[in-house]
Design a protein around this ligand. Structure first.
Ligand SMILES: NC(=O)c1ccc[n+]([C@@H]2O[C@H](COP(=O)([O-])OP(=O)(O)OC[C@H]3O[C@@H](n4cnc5c(N)ncnc54)[C@H](OP(=O)(O)O)[C@@H]3O)[C@@H](O)[C@H]2O)c1
Length: 344
């Protein structure tokens, strides 16, 4: 007997990608239900070669749902995830609402799959921020080899990370520039077309942004609380895929060649690192792919035991939808959940 899966936020960037990932991976679902806000009730959503009619969250009964993949933002998750979990479904949430709750596991399956069993306390599992997910996939195998002491990361994050309206804004502004109209600024604090913005999420008292803070807190929770990390998060005029320039200091020596070999065998990583023009991955190539691409691996001559590298991944896939589906697969493969009996 297969599982019943509900995708809440099915009309959004992440939700649509979840539908594609579930279909591509032949997820063992008997039924997949698309759910969004009341305004999307009846809207068509693609699932493989089928078209599903979207249901409204307010009216949906989750009592026979096994797994709920949630990507409708923090406010919706705060109100609905506990209710859906109380109805008996395991909620895998993409928002930041539950990530820092000690009773909610924060999972990247390549890194801390064993922690998934902790879902029983609240019935909720959190998916990390997109920029953290791809980073920890790369850091984990290097940490196992040489113990990471400190990470300095600069991100180059695509507009799809801010939702479908943000993608429309980059498109509309770019068009306006070419047609000599005034680009309209709505979603972002400044123009994003042919520009970049060193500010994602709200400012905190210490001058860091919440997006930068999330990378610190989430890396500690997923990988190792002892790792020190400092981030600068930047929004760039790219539609899909986040890129990161990463400086890593280790306790033990590790050469660029050793790191390259380790990463070549690491789950979720794909090394493209030829020291020649074009011998590295860019966001365009990573879009639509599952891997986190690692390039430009080199030794940092300014610190003891330091490496520098570049990593790129599709933020809607590894950064959100793919990771959430992998978490669901983890629950099933480890026999942590069973499909509910449903009337035929
Ligand atoms: N984009 C990324 O790279 C990424 C990565 C990691 C995590 N996340 C997180 O994933 C979540 C979704 O992001 P997104 O990029 O997919 O946003 P999005 O494109 O703006 O989509 C938002 C989705 O939420 C639904 N929704 C909004 N209000 C709702 C309500 N009151 N009841 C039910 N459904 C509601 C929307 O439905 P309607 O169409 O009906 O309004 C839509 O399906 C956010 O929490 C985001 O932080 C995103």
């Amino acid at each position: 007997m297969g599982y019943k899966v509900a995708v809440v936020g099915a009309t959004g960037n992440v939700g649509r990608e979840m539908m594609d990932v579930l279909a591509e991976r032949s997820f063992p679902a008997d039924e997949v239900v698309a759910v969004a806000s009341r305004k999307s009730q009846g809207v068509d959503v693609s699932f493989g070669d089928k078209t599903l009619k979207c249901k409204a969250l307010d009216h949906y009964d989750f009592s026979d749902v096994d797994i709920c993949l949630m990507s409708a933002g923090s406010a919706v998750s705060r109100e609905w995830s506990p209710r859906i979990a109380a109805a008996g479904a395991v909620v895998i949430d993409n928002s930041s609402c539950w990530r820092y709750d000690a009773d909610v596991p924060l999972i990247v399956p390549e890194v801390n799959a064993d922690a998934v069993a902790g879902f029983r306390k609240k019935g909720i599992i959190a998916n990390p921020n997109c920029s953290t997910a791809q980073l920890v996939v790369v850091l984990k195998p290097l940490h196992d080899k040489a113990r990471i002491r400190r990470v300095v990361v600069a991100t180059y994050q695509s507009v799809s990370g801010a939702g479908k309206e943000a993608m429309d804004e980059l498109f509309a502004q770019s068009k306006a520039v070419f047609t000599l109209d005034e680009p309209q600024v709505k979603k972002f604090p400044k123009r994003i077309a042919f520009n970049l913005i060193p500010h994602i999420d709200v400012f905190m008292d210490d001058g860091f942004t919440k997006e930068e803070w999330k990378m610190v807190a989430e890396t500690k929770k997923i990988l190792d609380p002892k790792i020190k990390l400092v981030a600068t998060c930047v929004r760039v005029p790219v539609f899909v895929s986040h890129s990161e320039a990463v400086n890593i200091e280790f306790e033990e020596p590790i050469s660029a060649d050793e790191a390259r070999e380790i990463l070549q065998d690491a789950p979720g990583c794909l090394v493209i690192d030829k020291r020649e023009p074009g011998g590295y991955a860019t966001p365009y190539e990573a879009a639509g792919e599952d891997a986190t691409y690692v390039s430009r691996i080199r030794e940092d001559p300014t610190v003891d035991n330091g490496l520098v590298l570049w990593c790129v991944s599709d933020n809607l896939r590894k950064g959100a939808a793919l990771n959430a589906v992998q978490i669901a697969e983890c629950l099933i493969n480890r026999r942590l959940i069973e499909a509910k009996r449903r009337a035929a």
